[in-house]
Design a protein around this ligand. Structure first.
Ligand SMILES: C[S@@+](CC[C@H](N)C(=O)[O-])C[C@H]1O[C@@H](n2cnc3c(N)ncnc32)[C@H](O)[C@@H]1O
Length: 222
């Protein structure tokens, strides 16, 4: 693992094992998180005061922490992560200033995989995501689909994996991903997802990602 500074000055890691960065260096780690996941999810999912989020996979925890920071109600997050050493190392990382208030969460996650207070419940499951999605984990309002690329993480972009994610998404929920690959979109469609390009990507100068849902959204369908 190597620490690197991305285009928006926030830090991410480079994985020697997967030969990829954990976030987009060109778009910026925090900016990518906010524009590709948080903003589309919280705009298009029909959310109540209490939500459940499935974060695939935890990595540095930017998606989970930004969801906690940007949603005012009760939030329960379940997030698989296969790399135990990474989770133990997280407290040593320089987090973006906006996420500094959540350092206590990172500390507790690194120590025992869980954090809970009156508003937030976060559990990082140290297991393969393909196994976790086949267990009884209930349904989710929001799914962040954020593995490494299809080249590096083929098992997490397979039609079989998407079929599990489809089953786990509430009818009112949305799945967000940075990927705009034709193969990925075709696999999502094959399992029943309706898919949409990120409407904000062009405004913010980012590459397009994909939003997937079970019910139609107020967006031009792909
Ligand atoms: C692109 S990073 C995720 C970045 C993260 N969402 C964040 O906000 O920092 C991908 C993560 O997936 C984990 N991973 C890869 N394959 C996995 C698998 N089969 N099951 C669970 N975690 C996996 C890697 O260890 C890595 O931490």
């Amino acid at each position: 693992m190597r620490l690197t500074q991305s285009a928006d000055n926030t830090f991410t890691l480079f994985s020697e094992r997967y030969r990829e960065h954990y976030h987009s260096m060109r778009e910026g780690a925090l900016r990518e998180t906010l524009e590709k996941h948080i903003r589309p999810a919280f705009t298009y999912a029909a959310l109540g005061e209490k939500i459940r989020v499935l974060d695939i996979c935890f990595g540095l925890g930017y998606n989970s922490l930004c969801a906690i920071a940007n949603f005012g109600g009760k939030i329960e997050i379940i997030s698989p992560e296969i790399d135990r050493d990474l989770i133990a190392y997280l407290p040593n990382l320089p987090y973006p200033e906006a996420l500094e208030p959540y350092r206590q969460i990172i500390k507790q996650i690194s120590e025992n995989g869980r954090f809970k207070d009156d508003r937030v419940s976060l559990e990082v499951v140290l297991d393969d995501a393909t196994r976790l999605v086949q267990t009884q984990i209930g349904e989710f309002d929001v799914i962040f689909q954020d593995p490494f690329s299809i080249r590096a993480n083929e098992e997490l972009w397979s039609e079989r994996f998407f079929a599990d994610l489809y089953r786990l998404l509430k009818p009112s929920g949305v799945l967000t991903t940075y990927s705009a690959s034709h193969i990925v979109r075709a696999r999502m469609k094959n399992v029943g997802f309706l898919i949409y390009a990120h409407p904000f990507a062009a405004d913010s100068g980012l590459r397009k990602g994909t939003i997937a849902s079970k019910n139609a959204l107020d967006l031009p369908p792909l």
